[in-house]
Design a protein around this ligand. Structure first.
Ligand SMILES: Cc1ncc(COP(=O)(O)O)c(C=O)c1O
Length: 438
């Protein structure tokens, strides 16, 4: 079965979605505001959702392994989360004065993620990453930020750099960042090769005295979940601290690595951290935090840093995030991560049995499939994987009622069962067979 016939099958199953998409395109350019949702030939339109399942407007049911791009720890309609949200909503959607829930939830997060001695809430992860850098600049009096190729930290100017840009950098390289889209303002950001201690040394060799902070994802959430090697993270801490720069972990996605996030699980204490996604329990909530002394810049000196935002730390959203995270105990985390581990093994087995080269990355509740016979441990290896094969396999899986992200990544929510895992593995095997027969 060719890719064309998978597309035709999808179109036959989803005529209502196609119609809605065509109509939407006449008012929302590209059909959807959020570009990451616009996969070919068009996204299906949701009618309802519950637990791990989404049903589209044509009545097709899907096992949802996208979970709003990793932000739903409990899938859809988690009772304790909705209840907490609704209880606060009866008072107000947002109140223009302080609310006790803010410090209560901040305290919970600080216990769970010990690097967060102080923290501030934001509405989105993009804001959290941007404010973490502002704190770093205000503390160091320096401008430049070092990021890594393929690292995604949100859509704002200084960090929307070198995400999908080609050609990939040569090993050991560090360069002034290349914008990932048109329309960005010029920045002083620097990009180095991910997972490459020599590239970290190169960046500090060239710009050491100018770098305020290094921002790094413990795994490349947008890049096949390439996971940071210990020697790479150690080089970052060592070089940054020697040069007087701060280390920022972007844990917006990697809170899924384990109960206390990647830093906590792997034994690191970054100076600053940005968190988001699951900590909002499915709602628009994120935060940045870190060493207590670094937060003095908010209330000291002639030019204190100002954080503001009309909907920042809205009480219903804080209540929802807090309830969702309270339900993610260490044993629940272990259960979901164990299931994800079995899923990763199953995907590898299906591909191997069919003689197809696949590399499955993932930690905690996450997984990623990349069709390649090389280990996917760098941005370069991620880009070298067979994207066409992934598109085809993914669409066949959608036609079988399983959704993962177009980039080959998926994650488990707490309602996913062992039977669901079996179903995914089986659909993956069938999808590979379809593609090979085509
Ligand atoms: C690692 C990482 N950082 C930052 C962001 C931006 O977060 P948001 O979409 O909430 O602005 C994302 C979102 O996907 C992310 O995965």
């Amino acid at each position: 079965m060719s890719h064309q016939s998978a597309i035709e099958r999808y179109q036959t199953l989803t005529p209502g979605s196609q119609q809605l998409f065509e109509a939407a395109r006449t008012i929302v350019s590209g059909g959807v505001s959020r570009g990451t949702l616009a996969f070919a030939p068009y996204p299906f339109y949701a009618a309802e959702a519950g637990g791990a399942t989404v049903t589209d407007v044509d009545g097709n049911e899907y096992l949802d392994l996208v979970n709003n791009f990793t932000s739903l720890p409990h899938g859809h309609g988690h009772r304790p989360t909705s209840k907490a949200f609704n209880q606060e909503l009866t008072a107000s959607s947002a109140i223009g004065t302080a609310h006790p829930l803010e410090a209560e939830y901040a305290r919970d997060l600080s216990v769970r993620y010990p690097s967060l001695e102080r923290l501030h809430f934001t509405t989105t992860g993009s804001e959290a990453a941007a404010f973490a850098l502002r704190v770093a600049r205000a503390n160091t009096g320096r401008d430049r930020v070092l990021k890594f190729e393929g690292g995604f930290h949100g859509c704002h100017n200084e960090l929307y750099q070198d995400i999908n840009v080609l050609p990939a950098l040569a090993p050991g390289a560090a360069i002034p960042s290349r914008p990932a889209s048109a329309g960005l303002e010029p920045t002083s950001t620097i990009t180095a090769v991910y997972n490459d201690p020599a590239a970290v040394a190169e960046a500090f060799g060239l710009w050491g005295g100018e770098i305020a902070a290094v921002i790094v994802e413990p795994f490349l959430g947008n890049g096949s979940l390439v996971t940071a090697r210990r020697e790479f993270l150690e080089a970052i801490f060592e070089q940054a601290h020697r040069a007087g720069a701060l280390v920022v972990f972007d844990e917006i996605q990697s809170l899924r690595a384990g109960y206390s996030g990647a830093a906590g699980e792997w034994g690191y204490r970054p100076d600053l951290m940005a968190i988001g996604k699951i900590m909002g329990g499915g709602f628009a909530l994120a935060a940045f935090g870190g060493r207590a002394d670094l937060f003095e810049v908010f209330h000291r000196g002639p030019d204190p840093v100002l954080q503001t935002g009309t909907f920042t730390a809205a009480p219903p959203v804080l209540a929802a995030g807090r309830a969702a995270m309270a339900a993610l105990s260490p044993s629940v985390f272990e259960d979901v991560s164990g299931r994800a581990g079995r899923l990763r093994d199953g995907l590898r087995r299906e591909a191997r049995d069919r003689g197809v080269a696949v590399h499955v990355n993932g930690v905690g509740s996450m997984f990623n499939v990349a069709f390649t016979d090389e280990p996917v441990d760098s941005y370069r290896a991620h880009r070298a994987a067979d994207a066409g094969m992934l598109d085809e396999v993914r669409l066949h899986m959608v036609n079988h009622g399983i959704v993962i992200m177009p980039r080959g990544t998926g994650c488990l929510s707490t309602p996913v069962t062992d039977d669901d895992v079996e179903r995914v593995v089986e659909a993956f095997g069938l999808a590979i067979s379809h593609v090979r027969e085509g």
